[in-house]
Design a protein around this ligand. Structure first.
Ligand code: NAD
Ligand code: WQD
Length: 330
């Protein structure tokens, strides 16, 4: 298939582009480089010996995006483009609603117009809110706790309504749990600008000496050791889930959890990182972070049953690959 990938130079997008090429798909990337850079395109080329077509375009710009669909005969889209920092979304809600919701509307409008009937969307486990894990796709969604999460819930709704009105427009809503790790080549991975918000990039910055100490947000949760429990998933496993999702997308609105089904606490992740990479990560326990929940992990059985997809890599692979990428990029 010829697949247009928005946000294809970002963290998850770049890994997915690699897996699409590995599976003989033709890839067109659209990215405005707001949270990525062109160097990633060279890295994709190094890994795959393939040069995907690249357009530097903002997906919210319908006038600029539409000609891409006139120029290329596109079979399907995977929509990663979006802003993703939860804390920033609280401070800049309009930027988040504008970028994340409008990009979904613009892309879906053009897809309907050009009869591009396969649409895969990057959603998030955050749409479940605080409900008991394991989380299943048929659970009712709870009120989201921040504007970022709301942009995902709204985009899911927009795409569902678009399918209702255009039955040929097939949608896959992929709810990611906590993607971490990096490509085995060490060439692409997560490289956030500024001080990271998420746990894994914070750990690698402490291990490399860029940051002094990890702050663990609370050890009084009702979990195995009191620290927060999440379903960490290797980004390459996640990328492979997208290949399966678009290859198996035939009709309707299909919702899938992409997670491992296993919960890991903050302390377990930090200690595995220390052990596998043989490097120290100084940490201290501090207050809980506002808005955090104790436990969040997936029931991934629907994706396994319907897509034939299951995560294959464990925490040890994730910490090893994250650290290899960090060392290559210090
Ligand atoms: P990322 O920031 O690394 O990648 C997003 C890419 O989209 C970047 O390259 C950025 O430049 C681009 N972009 C943003 N707005 C754009 C626009 N208007 N037009 C064109 N390009 C634009 O983030 P990521 O971690 O790879 O996340 C990809 C998607 O997955 C996002 O939609 C994110 O919300 C979602 N998601 C991420 C996580 C996570 O933990 N990383 C979890 C759940 C869902
Ligand atoms: C994981 C655990 C923290 C940082 C967020 C978004 C979610 C999704 C994934 C996009 C928690 C603890 C963290 C630190 C810590 N993104 N922690 N010290 O909060 O599960 O999910 O990213 O869709 O929507 O909300 O991920 O990596 O921030 O935190 O102790 O410096 O690590 O309290 O228990 P989270 P995270």
């Amino acid at each position: 298939m010829k697949i247009l990938v928005t946000g294809g130079l970002g963290y998850i997008g770049s890994h997915t582009v690699v897996e699409l090429i590995n599976n003989n798909h033709q890839v067109i990337i659209v990215d405005n480089l707001i949270n990525s850079n062109l160097e990633v395109l060279n890295k994709i080329n190094k890994i795959t010996a393939n040069n995907p077509i690249f357009y530097e375009i903002d997906v919210t710009n319908e006038e600029k995006l539409e000609p891409v669909f006139r120029e290329q005969k596109i079979d399907g889209v995977i929509h990663f483009a979006g802003l993703k920092a939860v804390g920033e979304s609280v401070l800049k809600p309009l930027d988040y609603y504008y970028n994340n919701v409008l990009s979904t509307i613009v892309l879906a409008r053009i897809c309907v117009k050009y009869k591009v009937n396969k649409f895969v969307f990057s959603s998030s486990a955050t749409v479940y809110g605080d409900q008991p894990s394991p989380l299943r796709e048929d659970m009712e969604l709870m009120k989201t706790t921040n504007p970022y999460g709301e942009t995902k819930a709204i985009s899911e709704r927009i795409l569902t309504d678009t399918n209702y009105a255009n039955k040929d427009f097939a949608v896959s809503l992929l709810r990611y749990f906590n993607p971490i790790g990096a490509h085995g080549s060490g060439l692409i991975g997560e490289n956030p600008k500024g001080i990271p918000n998420n746990l894994m990039p914070y750990i690698t910055k402490v291990a490399s000496g860029v940051l002094e100490k990890l702050k663990i947000y609370g050890n009084d949760y009702d979990t195995v050791d009191g620290t927060g429990v999440r379903d960490y998933i290797h980004v390459v496993d996640l990328a492979k889930g997208h290949v399966k999702a678009i290859e198996n997308l035939h009709s309707g609105v299909n919702i899938y959890n992409l997670g491992t089904g296993r919960g890991t606490s903050v302390l377990e992740l930090v200690n595995t990182f220390i052990k596998i990479n043989n490097i120290n990560v100084p940490y201290e326990i501090v207050e809980r972070r506002q808005g955090d929940i104790a436990t969040c992990y997936a029931d991934p059985s629907k994706a396994e049953k319907e897509l034939g997809w299951t995560a294959t890599m464990g925490i040890e692979d994730m910490v090893r690959d994250a650290w290899r990428f960090e060392r290559n990029n210090i």
